[in-house]
Design a protein around this ligand. Sequence first.
Ligand code: HEC
Ligand code: HEC
Ligand code: HEC
Ligand code: HEC
Length: 177
Amino acid sequence: MNRDTGIARRTETLTSTELETCGVCHSRKAIAKNPLPGEPYLDGYLPALLEAGFYQADGQIEGEVYEYGSVLQSRMHAAGVTCSNCHEPRSAKLRAEGNALCTQCHLSVSFDVREHQHHEPCGTGAQCVNCHMPTKTYMVVDERRDQACDLSVSPSTPAPPCKAASPAVRPAKKGSA
Ligand code: HEC
Ligand code: HEC
Ligand code: HEC
Ligand code: HEC
């Protein structure tokens, strides 16, 4: 844990195998050839690039691009954060609820505080994901969060009133393990 920034650091380098394994299904791509199991993702697939229609100019999701590309773009990925840091890989459940998911690595005393969020800790306005993982709705019904944890909220954006904030974490879908 870096006490100055309040952000944890990975101590060993990350091999990209896991991200590529999840990315085979959770990315928008063209198939160049059918790769053999264990071959690198990019040997078989051509992931969608940052093109209009797929992503917005600042890299936020626009078309149905799923999660892999957004994670690749993020500073968190550059620092070695991977899917299973947030998702338990077998059940696909989140590792923790609400802000506790993020405060695994971002010190709560630095980030889960009014000075950072410009919010009273009321309702859902102070949820990390509401500012850092904006949602976009696909096929009318499927509201999906951007996986890049970007800073699309500018510091000058007025905080939404507590009542108007949208639910931070949707209730679990029926039947999900
Ligand atoms: C063989 C294809 C495949 C692979 C590999 C795969 N997934 Fe999935 N995953 C799916 C499908 C299909 C769904 C259902 C999509 C939906 O409900 O929109 C899904 C759903 C999910 C969900 C949402 C679950 C929910 O309850 O809404 C998460 C989170 C997820 N996967 C994470 C992962 C992670 C992390 C990995 C890598 C460890 C991974 N997946 C690997 C196919 C795959
Ligand atoms: C920093 C934490 C974090 C990382 C890293 C992360 N996710 Fe997520 N993911 C979330 C959160 C938070 C949600 C929203 C959950 C909700 O709304 O219930 C989510 C939602 C999802 C969903 C459900 C999308 C839908 O249809 O609603 C899938 C699938 C998914 N993630 C896959 C992945 C994959 C694959 C990776 C790696 C390439 C990844 N995630 C990396 C935090 C993360
Ligand atoms: C496994 C550890 C880990 C988890 C869990 C985690 N982060 Fe991070 N996060 C990091 C690291 C490491 C960095 C990169 C810091 C750097 O580059 O100095 C980072 C960077 C960020 C940034 C800065 C991104 C930018 O482009 O400037 C934001 C915002 C962020 N995280 C939000 C979140 C949110 C929201 C969650 C929960 C959904 C979360 N993080 C969960 C480790 C984590
Ligand atoms: C009301 C909106 C809002 C909420 C809620 C929020 N943030 Fe932020 N966050 C911002 C803004 C705006 C910035 C960029 C300006 C700044 O650093 O103050 C930022 C910056 C960051 C950064 C980058 C810091 C760096 O060193 O570059 C991280 C990491 C981060 N937030 C994590 C979190 C975590 C973790 C939570 C939840 C505990 C959270 N944020 C809740 C708005 C928010």
